[in-house]
Ligand binder design. Structure first.
Ligand code: CTP
Length: 450
C-alpha cells in the first residue's frame, strides 16, 4: 500500500516533491527490480553469515523523495564485511574490486539484468576526530552509532535488509531507522547537521551540504547555517587538504547545475575560502546552457573558470595540484584569450586559422567556442570540423624520395605542404609533388642568390 503524505509546507516550498510514505518494507520494493533481486541475495547471505545489513545514506533519502535511483548502493554491515563481500561476489558471479579489512570496507561489482551494479559495503562504525579536519579514528559500533557519525539528518537514515523469514526468498517488511528525524527534515526541506562539531570534525561536509542544498533545493536550517558561518570564519576549509577540497569540487562539477552550486557557494560565503579569485556572474548560466547535456566535468570547469586571469589560472593549478588534462585546459583557455583579437580579424585564411588554433587541446577549443559566439564559435567549429585533422597525402618518406634530406627542412616542408592543402593550393598527389619540387627549387635558388 502506498500512501502519499499531504505536503504540509507547500506554501513555503512548492518545488519540493512530497515525501512518499510506504507501508513497511515497501521502500525497498520501490527500487528497480534489479536492485531488489540483489538485495534479496544480500539478505540471504547476511542470514547465513549471521550479520545484520542496512541500506544507508543517499539512497534511502532519495527513495523517500521518490527520486529515481540510478546509482550504486551504500550498505552498512554489523559484522564481518569483507567475508560477506566475498560470499556475495561468489554467489552472484561478481567480484570484489576493493577491500580494506582494518576499516571493514569492501566494494563488490556484480552483473545484473540492467548492467553492472556496485555495492559499497562498510562495517558499522564510530568515527572520532583527534583534531579539526583530521582523518577520523574508526571503531566498530552499532548501526545507531554509525548513523550518528554522519553528516546531515536526511543522510542518517537506514533501511534494514533482511529476509521475511528463515530461508524465505522475500525481503522482510521493515521500517525506516531514523534516529535523528531525517524524514521530518526531508519533509520540511532543510539540511541539519547532527551535532555542533560536525563541520569542525569534517569541513568537507560544508561542500557536501552545498551540493545537496542546490540539488534538492534544501537550504541549511538556521542553526546549521550559523555553524557553517562559524566554521568558515575559523578557516576550517583552509585547514583541509587541497586534495579533499578538489575531490568535492569535482563532485560539484558532476551535479546537474554546477553554475548554481557556484552561485550558492558565493552566497553562502564558501567561495572565497576555496578560491577567492573565482566569482559567480550571470553569463555563466547562459554559457552552461549552451553546453550539450553530455558535456564532461572538464568543459564545465572551463566555463566556470572562464574569466580568471592567466595568473589566477596558474595559482589554481598549483594550489589544487590539478591533473594534466585540467591543467592543460586552464592554461590553453588562458592563452586562447590572448588570441581572441586575432580570431576576430575580418579575413583569415584556413592556414592562418590553423596556425592560431593548432597548439590547443580540443577541450579548450570547445570551451572558447561555447563562450565566444558567434564569430569565434563559427571559426573554431570550421577549424575542428574541416581543418584540424587534415594531413597531406605525402609523408616524410615520400619527401625523402623526392630528394628532401632528413632534418628540420623536412618538417618545415611538411608543414608548408599542409598549409597549402588547407588553403586549397594542392589537391592531388601530383599537385603535392609539384609543390615540394617547387619549394626545393626555390630553396636552391635562394641559397645560390645568397
Ligand atoms: N557521509 C557522511 N559524511 C561524509 C561522507 C559521507 O556522513 N563526509 C555519509 C552520508 O550518510 C552519506 C553516505 O555517507 O549519505 C554516503 O556518502 P556518498 O555516497 O558520498 O553520498 P550520498 O549521500 O549517497 O550522496 P549523493 O547523492 O551525492 O551520491
Amino acid at each position: 500500500m502506498q500512501i502519499i503524505l499531504a505536503y504540509g509546507l507547500s506554501s513555503v516550498k512548492k518545488h519540493m516533491p512530497p515525501i512518499r510514505a510506504f507501508a513497511n518494507g515497501d521502500l525497498l520494493h520501490a527500487l528497480p527490480p534489479h536492485f531488489t533481486t540483489v538485495l534479496g541475495q544480500v539478505a540471504t547471505l547476511a542470514q547465513a553469515h549471521h550479520v545484520a545489513v542496512w541500506l544507508v545514506g543517499g539512497v534511502v533519502r532519495d527513495l523517500l523523495l521518490a527520486q529515481p535511483i540510478k546509482r550504486d548502493l551504500d550498505m552498512a554491515i554489523e559484522g564481518d564485511t569483507v567475508a560477506l563481500a566475498h560470499a556475495l561476489a561468489t554467489a552472484t558471479a561478481g567480484r570484489v574490486t576493493a577491500q580494506h579489512a582494518p576499516f571493514g570496507t569492501a566494494t563488490v561489482e556484480l552483473p545484473t539484468a540492467a548492467g553492472t551494479l556496485t555495492l559499497d559495503l562498510a562495517r558499522t562504525r564510530t568515527e572520532t576526530y583527534p583534531h579539526p579536519a583530521a582523518l577520523p579514528i574508526v571503531q566498530p559500533a552499532s548501526i545507531t552509532n554509525d548513523l550518528a557519525r554522519r553528516d546531515f539528518t536526511v543522510n542518517a537514515m537506514a533501511l534494514p535488509v533482511r529476509l521475511s523469514a528463515t530461508n524465505s526468498p522475500t525481503l522482510a517488511a521493515t521500517s525506516l531507522l531514523d534516529p535523528f528525524d531525517g524524514r521530518a527534515d526531508l519533509q520540511a526541506g532543510v539540511l541539519r547537521v547532527l551535532h555542533t562539531q560536525s563541520f569542525r570534525d569534517d569541513p568537507t561536509r560544508m561542500l557536501r551540504g552545498l551540493r545537496l542544498a542546490v540539488r534538492l533545493q534544501m537550504p541549511f536550517e538556521p542553526a546549521t547555517r550559523a555553524l557553517l558561518d562559524t566554521a568558515l570564519s575559523n578557516n576550517l576549509l583552509e585547514q583541509t587538504t587541497p586534495h579533499r577540497i578538489r575531490t568535492e569540487v569535482c563532485l560539484a562539477l558532476d551535479e546537474p547545475d554546477p553554475v548554481a552550486v557556484l552561485h550558492a557557494a558565493e552566497n553562502l560565503g564558501i567561495l572565497p575560502h576555496i578560491f577567492p579569485a573565482l566569482h559567480w556572474h550571470p553569463n555563466l548560466a547562459t554559457w552552461q546552457q549552451r553546453l550539450p547535456p553530455s558535456a564532461d566535468a572538464l568543459l564545465k570547469m572551463g566555463i566556470l573558470t572562464y574569466t580568471l586571469s592567466e595568473r589566477d589560472r596558474a595559482t589554481l593549478i598549483e594550489r589544487y595540484r590539478l591533473p594534466n588534462d585540467a591543467a592543460r585546459l586552464l592554461r590553453d583557455v588562458g592563452t586562447l584569450h590572448n588570441r581572441l583579437p586575432a580570431l576576430h580579424q575580418t579575413s583569415l585564411s584556413n592556414s592562418e586559422l590553423d596556425a592560431l588554433l593548432h597548439p590547443f587541446g580540443r577541450a579548450a577549443l570547445l570551451v572558447v567556442r561555447t563562450v565566444e559566439q558567434p564569430l569565434v564559435d563559427e571559426r573554431i567549429t570550421h577549424y575542428l570540423n574541416h581543418l584540424r585533422d587534415i594531413v597531406p597525402l605525402l609523408n616524410g618518406h615520400d619527401l625523402q624520395a623526392l630528394g628532401v634530406p632528413r632534418g628540420p627542412l623536412l618538417g618545415t616542408l611538411l608543414q608548408g605542404l599542409r598549409a597549402a592543402r588547407l588553403d586549397g593550393q594542392v589537391a592531388t598527389h601530383a599537385d603535392e609533388e609539384a609543390w615540394i619540387r617547387a619549394a626545393l627549387d626555390e630553396g636552391t635558388r635562394g641559397s645560390k642568390e645568397a
